[in-house]
Design a binder for this molecule. Structure first.
Ligand SMILES: Cc1cc2nc3c(=O)[nH]c(=O)nc-3n(C[C@H](O)[C@H](O)[C@H](O)COP(=O)(O)O)c2cc1C
Length: 374
C-alpha cells in the first residue's frame, strides 16, 4: 500500500528529510567499555536504513552519566573516529544523520557508571548510593560537557543533535516537581525547573553556531532538537500545563525540533478514550500549541505504516518515529517505502519489556524473520 504523507519529503524549520519516518534513539549496548562505536553498531544501523531521519541511541556526554559500561559515548576524542564512521553510514543510507546526547543524572548506579559519584538536582531518600546535589559549578560543568559532545558529534558529521530531556534522566529530574526540591534559581516553579534545559539549549546552540561558522567543517545546517518528557499524570511531577510551558521555553531558547515523549514510568493518556498512545497524544497537544514554530516528532505504538500515515493525516505530528516496529523488523522503512506493508513482520508488543533492551536475540518477530530467511 502506498502511504503518501509518510513517504513524502518533509521540510520545516531548518530540517529537510526525504520521508517522514524517523528512527528514534534506541540503546543497543553495542559499545566496548570505552564507549566507542563498534562494527556491530555500523551493521545494526545499516540494517535499519530507510527512515529519513535516523537518530543514534542515547550517547553519554560524561562518564558519570552513563547507564552502562557498554553505552555509546561522545565524551572523549577517542570516540570521534567511530562516530564519524557511523554518521557517514547513516548519510550514505540516505538519512539525515542524528544522534541523541544523554546524561542519566540520578537514574544510574555506581555499579553501572564505574563508581563515579552521581550528580542529581536534589538528593532524595530514593536517590542512588553515591548521589550528591549539584552546585552551580557542577551544573555548568555538565552543560559544558553537553556542548563539548555536541561539537564532537557535529564535527563527526551528525546534522541533527537531540538533547535528552525525557524518560526520567537528568533533564527530567530538573523538570519534575517530585525530584527537584531546590530553592535556588534551578528549582521552584516551572520557570526555574526548566532552567537547566533552557541554559543547556542556549549553550549548545552557541557552540554549534561557532562551529558552523567554520565553513570547512560545515556543509549543511545543524538542527538542534530535544526529546522532551511531557506529562505523566503526576507520577513524576510534571502536569500538562508545565509540560507545555517547558516546551515553549526550550523553543524560545533555541530548540528547532521537539520530539515528544514521557517523563518516565507509565505515562497517563491525556484522553483515556483516545486510540492513540499517551506519548502521541502529548505530541499532538504540543503541535497544536507550538506547531507553527517547530516541527514535532510523534512516537508511540505506531506499529503499522497505515497507523503512522493516519497520525500524520490527523495532524498529530509532522514526523513519526517508529521504535519497536523497526527493531522487530529492521526492513520496516524499506518495505514501507516500497509499498510492501504486507511483508512487514509486526512487533509482537512483548510485555512487560521489549527484549531489545536486554536480549535482542529473543525478539519473537526477529526469530520469525530469521526462520523465513533460513
Ligand atoms: C530497546 C529500546 C531502547 C530504547 N532506547 C532509547 C534511547 O536510547 N533514548 C530514548 O530517548 N528512548 C529510547 N527508547 C524509547 C524509544 O525511542 C521509543 O520512544 C519507545 O520505544 C516508544 O516507541 P515505539 O512504541 O514505537 O516503540 C528505547 C526503547 C526501546 C524499546
Amino acid at each position: 500500500m502506498h502511504h503518501q504523507l509518510l513517504t513524502s519529503e518533509f521540510t520545516g524549520a531548518s530540517l529537510t528529510t526525504p520521508n517522514r519516518i524517523v528512527l528514534p534513539p534506541l540503546v543497543s549496548w553495542n559499545s566496548g567499555e570505552d564507549g566507542t562505536v563498534r562494527e556491530r553498531h555500523i551493521e545494526h544501523y545499516h540494517s535499519l536504513r530507510g527512515p529519513g531521519l535516523m537518530i543514534v541511541e542515547a550517547t553519554a556526554v560524561a562518564p558519570e552519566g552513563r547507564l552502562a559500561a557498554t553505552q555509546l559515548g561522545a565524551f572523549s576524542d577517542r570516540q570521534f573516529d567511530g562516530l564519524a564512521r557511523l554518521a557517514e553510514t547513516l548519510r550514505s543510507d540516505g538519512a539525515v544523520p542524528g544522534i541523541q546526547l544523554h546524561h542519566a543524572g540520578g537514574k544510574t548506579t555506581l555499579e553501572k557508571n564505574y563508581r563515579h559519584p552521581i550528580p542529581v538536582p536534589s538528593v532524595m531518600p530514593e536517590s542512588p548510593e553515591g548521589a550528591y546535589e549539584l552546585d552551580e559549578a557542577e551544573i555548568r560543568r555538565i552543560i559544558t560537557a553537553f556542548a563539548d559532545a555536541a561539537e564532537r558529534v557535529v564535527r563527526a558529521g551528525f546534522r541533527y543533535i537531540e538533547l535528552h530531556g525525557a524518560h526520567g534522566y537528568l533533564g527530567t529530574q530538573f523538570l519534575s516537581r517530585a525530584l527537584n526540591r531546590r530553592r535556588d534559581r534551578w528549582g521552584g516553579d516551572i520557570s526555574g525547573r526548566v532552567r537547566f534545559l533552557t541554559e543547556l539549549t542556549a549553550e549548545v546552540r552557541a557552540r554549534l553556531d561557532s562551529v558552523s561558522s567554520e565553513q570547512a567543517v560545515f556543509g549543511h545546517p545543524t538542527v538542534l532538537g530535544m526529546r522532551l518528557g511531557f506529562t505523566d499524570g503526576d507520577e513524576h511531577g510534571l502536569p500538562p500545563a508545565d509540560g507545555l510551558a517547558a516546551a515553549e521555553a526550550v523553543c524560545d531558547a533555541g530548540i528547532r525540533v521537539l520530539h515528544i515523549s514521557h517523563t518516565g514510568g507509565s505515562p497517563a493518556p491525556l484522553d483515556p478514550r483516545s486510540r492513540w498512545s499517551p506519548t502521541l497524544q502529548a505530541a499532538s497537544a504540543v503541535r497544536r500549541a507550538l506547531g507553527d514554530r517547530v516541527p514535532v516528532i510523534g512516537v508511540g505504538e505506531l506499529f503499522e505504516p497505515a497507523q503512522a500515515e493516519r497520525a500524520l493525516r490527523s495532524g498529530m505530528a509532522d514526523l513519526t518515529a517508529i521504535g519497536r516496529g523497526l527493531l522487530a523488523d529492521p526492513g520496516w522503512a524499506v518495505k514501507t517505502l516500497a509499498g510492501r506493508d504486507d511483508a512487514i513482520e509486526r512487533c509482537h508488543e512483548c510485555r512487560p519489556k521489549c527484549y531489545h533492551y536486554t536480549e535482542p536475540e529473543r525478539c519473537p518477530a526477529r526469530r520469525r524473520l530469521k526462520a523465513y530467511s533460513d
